[in-house]
Ligand binder design. Structure first.
Ligand code: RAT
Ligand code: ZN
Length: 440
């Protein structure tokens, strides 16, 4: 329950404007972090009308690829053998090995242990059985509402691939929107795997050529325009390898420059670049088989400088690239760093990266996204983010107070709102935000 509703607005405004003493700051930060309704700016969750694409429940939590990476380290099972098991058998094996025979101390296992506890189940043989019974009884629509409330998020931004045959046809059939979910036009198949996917565009009536000749770029823009109309995305997005370069004489370089970047301008959408994946260094373990590499962020410099009217949301996977990303954000206001992505989403690294960002950028970045693939993961991922960020923000405001500035609840609240909501809202849709402001 939001504490604001229990106080009169005048009282709370007056109370919020009082100078805080240094020891009060940690309580205020903790409360404000608890109250902010977070926009989760990048997930792999799906609204209910996208059917089976949306994963939820204990068997999905246990077979998350972050945990699959760990099962091969703790059990002697070979990948070929693991993939032959049913999902339930895989979940049984992971439960037994990573939770009962070993202490679940990694970030990914500790997260599941927390979700189990929050839902009232033990880490035991019977705990798994009871959790399965519980999930079998849930109605998805209301379960989503409860999970979002437990996580403290108001909206989850999805990852929507128009060329995924299952997903694409659901959208084409008119998937019912859900105000708790926002769409994102994900372009990996087009930008990274054009040779395997250009014919899917051709089959849908877009006159594209494999060699990008003729009207290909205009037709790619028409394809994107049609999907913007259908999905109403909040941004377009692509993950990119550590070897990513821009400008580059390559299919991706040409499609970016002549297709995607102008299309983002035309529809007034940011482009999200997630840079630094070394795809499939171990294909045998499937989704868990990607790794990380340090990227050359001059590509980002060139994009931001060459296209000042475009906006780039950016997450970089390598720890070594984080400082450089902050430096570029200081040079280019059309660059918005976001999240501690994938292998970075561990408290030790989130702490380091967030401190660096606060020191270099103030509150002008988006500290985290969940990347949740299974609904209930938002419960632990956002809890952990709040827990790690509380002391960092407290320290930031305590230093400010020690340096003689007046620190108030209002100031702390505004900062937290910026970090977890308004930086994204403004960056994703600056026109809408200014319309709302002038109307109020
Ligand atoms: O974190 C993950 O789950 C990765 O497998 C990727 O999906 C990554 O987040 C991405 O969006 O490409
Ligand atoms: Zn992701």
């Amino acid at each position: 329950m939001n504490r604001m509703s229990t106080q009169s607005l005048e009282q709370s405004a007056a109370a919020g404007a009082e100078p805080l003493k240094s020891p009060q700051i940690s309580t205020v930060v903790r409360d404000e972090l608890q109250d902010v309704p977070i926009i989760d700016v990048h997930t792999h969750l799906f609204m209910p009308s996208l059917g089976k694409l949306g994963l939820w429940g204990i068997d999905e939590l246990l077979t998350y690829h972050y945990l699959e990476a760990e099962i091969f380290r703790f059990s002697g099972i070979q990948p070929e053998e693991y993939w032959r098991l049913t999902k339930r058998e895989q979940a049984d094996l992971i439960w037994r090995t990573l939770f009962l025979e070993n202490a679940p101390i990694s970030e990914a296992t500790r997260g599941v242990a927390y979700v189990m506890r929050e839902l009232g189940f033990e880490i035991s043989e019977s705990g798994l059985r009871e959790a399965r019974e519980f999930f079998a009884q849930q109605d998805l629509g209301s379960h989503i509402g409860r999970v979002f409330a437990m996580a403290g998020i108001s909206e989850a931004v999805m990852t929507n691939d128009p060329l995924d045959p299952e997903e694409g046809s659901l959208w084409e059939g008119g998937a019912t929107p859900d105000s708790r979910f926002r769409a994102v036009l994900r372009l990996d198949r087009i930008l990274n795997k054009w040779d395997q996917h250009w014919q899917a565009l051709l089959a849908k009536g877009y006159k594209v050529e494999q060699g990008l000749g003729g009207a290909t770029l205009a037709e790619v823009r028409r394809f994107l325009a049609d999907w913007c109309a259908r999905m109403k995305p909040v941004y377009m997005a692509c993950s990119l390898p550590d070897t990513f370069q821009f400008p580059e004489e390559s299919v991706r370089g040409t499609l970016l420059q002549g297709g995607v970047i102008p299309s983002c301008r035309e529809h007034d959408l940011p482009l999200s670049l997630m840079i630094g994946v070394r795809y499939q260094v171990n294909p045998k373990i499937r989704l868990a088989g990607d790794a990380v590499g340090k990227a050359d962020l001059r590509s980002l410099e060139h994009l931001c400088a060459q296209f000042p009217e475009n906006r780039f949301l950016t997450s970089v996977l390598s720890r070594e690239n984080q400082h450089e990303l902050c430096v570029y954000a200081r040079k280019f206001a059309n660059l918005m760093p976001f999240g501690c992505w994938w292998f970075l989403n561990n408290p030790s690294i989130v702490e380091e990266v967030t401190r660096e960002r606060l020191e270099m950028l103030g509150a002008s970045f988006i500290p985290q996204h969940s990347d949740a693939r299974v609904l209930e993961q938002v419960i632990y991922k956002w809890r952990n983010t709040r827990r790690t960020l509380g002391p960092i923000l407290t320290n930031t405001f305590q230093l400010l107070a020690e340096d003689g500035a007046i620190v108030t609840r209002v100031q702390i609240r505004d900062t937290i709102q910026r970090l977890f909501r308004t930086n994204f809202e403004r960056f994703a849709a600056p026109a809408q935000v200014s319309v709302q402001k002038s109307a109020s």
